[in-house]
Design a protein around this ligand. Structure first.
Ligand SMILES: Cc1cn([C@H]2C[C@H](O)[C@@H](COP(=O)(O)OP(=O)(O)OP(=O)(O)O)O2)c(=O)[nH]c1=O
Length: 187
């Protein structure tokens, strides 16, 4: 079986490479703003489903993998920040608090579909405005849900996590590896 990664995210590509799973990229084109669901677990599932269904299966040997990651804090959902102000406001809210990172995953072959969510809890240190300013100047924030990268400069904000670290980076890796085995993909 051949794995098709329905994602433009460089992180998801790196994570699959880390566990030696070969794949081909087929990028989805989904308008994420169309989805107005407010429950974070349901929202990431719906987004992963749309990305996964939008990419065509070209033969019976293909398995599609799609995912979506968001940050949930109180009743807010933070996706990728649209501006510096947007990123600033997200980080100010996350400062000194605990938030959840949800990743929805879709796996699909010609005769099977699987949709699931993974949640990781992240605790942030209290951040000064100067720290946030200095971080935003590194440009690390902008292509990442919640406006930070735990795997890059944003690591310095993270006091601790509960759950799968890789889920925060964009893919609950060990769970995905296990589920892929049921689709005939191994490393
Ligand atoms: C919280 C957090 C998110 N992220 C990233 C993972 C995802 O790539 C991104 C959330 O955006 P997504 O919409 O999930 O993914 P994407 O637009 O990068 O790629 P595609 O839709 O084509 O699959 O945020 C990190 O890299 N580090 C972090 O600490």
């Amino acid at each position: 079986m051949n794995l098709i990664l329905a994602s433009s995210s460089p992180r998801r590509q790196e994570l699959l490479k880390q566990v030696h799973i070969p794949f081909t990229i087929r990028k989805p084109d989904v308008d994420e703003s169309q989805i107005t669901i407010t429950d974070p677990a349901e929202k990431v599932k719906q987004l992963a489903l749309r990305k996964g269904r939008q990419v065509p299966i070209q033969n019976n040997n293909e398995v599609i993998l799609a995912a979506d990651t968001i940050v949930a804090f109180e009743n807010n959902i933070f996706e990728k920040p649209k501006s510096k102000l947007d990123a600033y406001q997200m980080l100010q809210k996350l400062s000194g608090n605990t938030h959840e990172v949800y990743t929805g995953v879709m796996l699909r072959s010609t005769n099977k579909e699987l949709l699931f969510t993974e949640c990781t809890t992240v605790h942030f240190w209290t951040l000064t405005d100067e720290e946030i300013d200095a971080y935003l100047a590194t440009n690390d924030a902008y292509d990442k849900a919640g406006g930070y990268g735990i795997q890059s400069v944003g690591a310095m904000f993270v006091k601790g996590i509960n759950g799968d670290y890789y889920n925060v980076v964009g893919l609950p890796l060990s769970t995905v590896v296990r589920q892929l085995r049921d689709f005939g993909i191994s490393h």
